[in-house]
Ligand binder design. Structure first.
Ligand code: NFS
Ligand code: SF4
Length: 649
């Protein structure tokens, strides 16, 4: 494997990426793809999770000849400690993002919100009711103040479990109580995780892993959920919107600004500012036809869903966007932004601008984004990009033609509305379709890309296989962008490819078979949707009963680990495209991949091909259908579909 020479076409599925990987090679620019090669033979101890550098008696690594670290820690302890730290990293990332939004909500409520406002009062009032915050007859600012205070307590609560947990089905909360994993405040959980994993504290792998599940719940049913709710209140709840995806969205004759990262506050303001007449005039003066704003990674999903801003690409396309030679500025905030960006940019005229004081990169220009004067900050950033337009070197430009039309923005409220209509917004039609077997189940496909495998290939193959088998697919993050680039997020394409039953249902209610539900933080929306299914009735009274599965095919981030954990702890099985770093401990592996089922009714599964994952998804869905006593019809429908195909009816 180590000596195998990979071509650009081996690295990515979409033509735009392939063309730009080749261009990067010609331009002598280093990207993650060739750095993956120079990082061949990655540390086997790290991979197995048996490297410990928690104290300075080490670093220790476990081998058959040295089965214990200097302190006496064995592989189980070391692997579980490392795993808990990863889950905590992911939880911290989502939750800190959410905290920033809550603080913004607080400022807005107190009249210090700069250019921000409560954009979606319905979402505010709905959320208030979820938490029993009085809302009738009250000014929206007063409600927002109470909600912001309540949310801030969700981070700091020392003795009371998170109130957001109550949004889960009652039975599920009972499971968490029984297992003793009801999380307290998000910050407290992460701090405790760091404490427990420091030298000489928690050594029982089971105890450590239970804390990992508990911490992850503080993410999915805490930080991440709060992040999505507050984003909806401040920036508007997503509803279906048309957009486009892939690097072809960049303009030949426009100033191109790519926003990359996660927190929607700045990017939302940039999306508003680009339409300002002053900015348009400024661009024309600089000799450009206008300004094209495009998004990368999860920030792209946020502003696509709310403004229809096109998506330049997903995680592994961040360097390639710069390699087009047509990007005047890349604006980064937090998470998933590679430290290599300024170095790639140095080969072109692109300016990389960091905007968050907690996230700086050597070589990037740092412009601290002032939320209190957000519009002015946004305009200043855009004008700087416009000024850089004259430095674009046409000889270095290659904008691939490829971009695909797509539809995104399926918040749970939007799905409910589409399913039930304006009079009776409800999940009933979906539940009925699942019970009748026209829809076999629901699979959430989420997460990153990883240069260890061909970009988007597994994700797309699995998505395509599942909709053919009448599985409704929910997508977030880079996985959603993969479908977008593939052209499968238009209702037309997807309907053509969907199995008969799924197609019938989708056509009747007007939803596509693959639903783009947002960013990675919005995986909380998948929990919300699954809860709606439970509450609607007929498919069991707990998340561990509904035919729902989660898959992270090409994951790379600690955030994906936290997400996987909160899915499993919520009773939803999770399939990984490649394993965690836990192989060094049979006990930890068994706990996560098997024993978890006894605790939560769900566990992790590893499937290294899309085909295997599709089979496993169907097995897991059918097993749940079987338990619910609704499996027969699904089989008959499948035959119907095949019959129809073969007889060409
Ligand atoms: Ni989530 Fe993955 Fe990053 Fe978003 Fe993309 S890489 S863990 S999908 S952008 S967070
Ligand atoms: Fe080694 Fe134990 Fe220190 Fe880890 S905590 S580095 S296993 S001595």
């Amino acid at each position: 494997m180590a000596n195998e020479i990979k071509t650009a076409a081996d690295r990515a599925q979409d033509a735009a990426s392939v063309a730009l990987i080749e261009k990067a090679q010609c331009d002598g620019v280093d990207t993650c793809f060739n750095r993956m090669d120079t990082q061949q033979n990655q540390c086997p101890f790290g991979k197995k999770g048996v490297c410990c550098r928690i104290c300075h008696m080490g670093p220790c690594r476990i081998t058959p000849k040295s089965p214990k670290g200097v302190c006496g820690a064995d592989a189980d302890t070391i692997v579980a400690r490392n795993y808990l730290r990863e889950v905590s990293g992911g939880t911290a990332a989502h939750s800190d993002h959410a905290r920033h939004l809550v603080l913004l909500l607080k400022n807005v409520a107190e009249g210090r919100g700069g250019g921000y406002a409560i954009k979606d009062e319905t979402a505010l009032r709905y959320t208030a009711r979820l938490y029993q915050v009085p809302e009738q007859g009250r000014a929206k600012e007063d409600i927002a103040k109470d909600l912001a205070r309540l949310f801030l307590e969700e981070f700091s609560s020392q003795e009371e479990p998170l109130r957001t947990l109550k949004l889960a089905p009652v039975k599920r909360v009972g499971v968490w109580e029984k297992q003793g994993i009801m999380p307290l405040g998000v910050d407290r959980m992460v701090v405790e995780a760091m404490h427990r994993t420091t030298m000489g504290v928690d050594h029982d792998y089971r105890n450590l892993l239970l804390h990992a599940f508990s911490t992850s719940l503080a993410d999915g049913w805490g930080g991440a959920r709060i992040g999505s709710m507050v984003s909806d209140i401040l920036f508007g709840s997503p509803s279906p919107v048309r957009g486009a995806a892939n690097l072809g969205v960049l303009g030949e004759k426009t100033v191109n600004i790519v926003v990359h990262g996660h927190e929607p506050a700045l990017s939302d303001m940039l999306a508003v500012a680009v339409d300002d007449p002053e900015i348009k005039a400024c661009a024309r003066e600089a000799g450009a036809e206008g300004v094209t704003l495009a998004g990368l990674c999860c920030t792209a999903n946020e502003i696509l869903m709310r403004h229809g801003v096109p998506i330049a690409g997903n995680f592994l396309q961040q360097e390639l966007a710069i390699v087009t030679g047509a990007v005047e500025m890349m604006v980064v905030d937090v998470q998933c932004c590679m430290p290599s960006l300024p170095e790639v940019a140095a080969a072109y005229h692109t300016e990389v601008v960091s905007t968050t004081d907690m996230a700086k990169t050597v070589g990037a220009t740092h412009i601290s984004f002032d939320e209190h004067d957000a519009m002015a900050s946004a305009k200043a950033i855009i004008k700087r990009a416009i000024a850089n337009y004259r430095n674009r070197d046409p000889k270095k430009v290659l904008i691939p033609k490829s971009s695909q039309q797509m539809v995104a923005g399926f918040s749970v409220a939007a799905i409910k509305y589409m399913l039930g209509g304006s009079f009776r917004a409800s999940f009933r039609p979906l539940n009925d379709a699942i019970m009748q077997g026209r829809i076999r189940g629901v699979v959430g496909i989420v997460g990153c890309n990883n240069p260890k495998s061909k970009t988007d290939e597994y994700t797309n193959a699995l998505t395509e296989a599942l909709i053919k088998e009448n599985v409704l697919v929910l997508k977030t993050g880079c996985s959603a962008i993969a479908s977008g680039k593939r052209g499968w997020l238009t209702p037309e394409t997807a309907l053509e490819q969907a199995g008969h039953g799924l197609r019938e249902v989708c056509e009747a209610v007007g939803i596509p078979p693959i639903l783009h539900m947002g960013s990675c933080v919005d995986n909380s929306r998948l929990l919300e949707a699954s809860t709606e299914i439970v509450l609607e009735g007929g498919l069991g009274d707990d998340l561990s009963m509904v035919p729902v599965v989660g898959v992270a095919p090409e994951w790379m981030s600690e955030k994906a680990i936290a997400i996987g954990c909160y899915f499993v702890a919520s009773g939803i099985d999770v399939i990984l495209g490649h394993p965690f770093y836990i192989a060094g401990s049979d006990n930890v592996t068994r706990f996560l991949n098997e024993d978890a089922t006894e605790l939560f009714g769900a566990s992790f599964h590893v499937c290294d091909t899309a085909k295997a994952a599709a089979v496993r998804c169907l097995e897991l869905l059918d097993a749940r259908r079987e338990k619910l006593g609704i499996n027969k019809k699904a089989e008959r429908k499948l035959l119907d579909m095949k019959d129809r195909r073969s007889t060409n009816v």
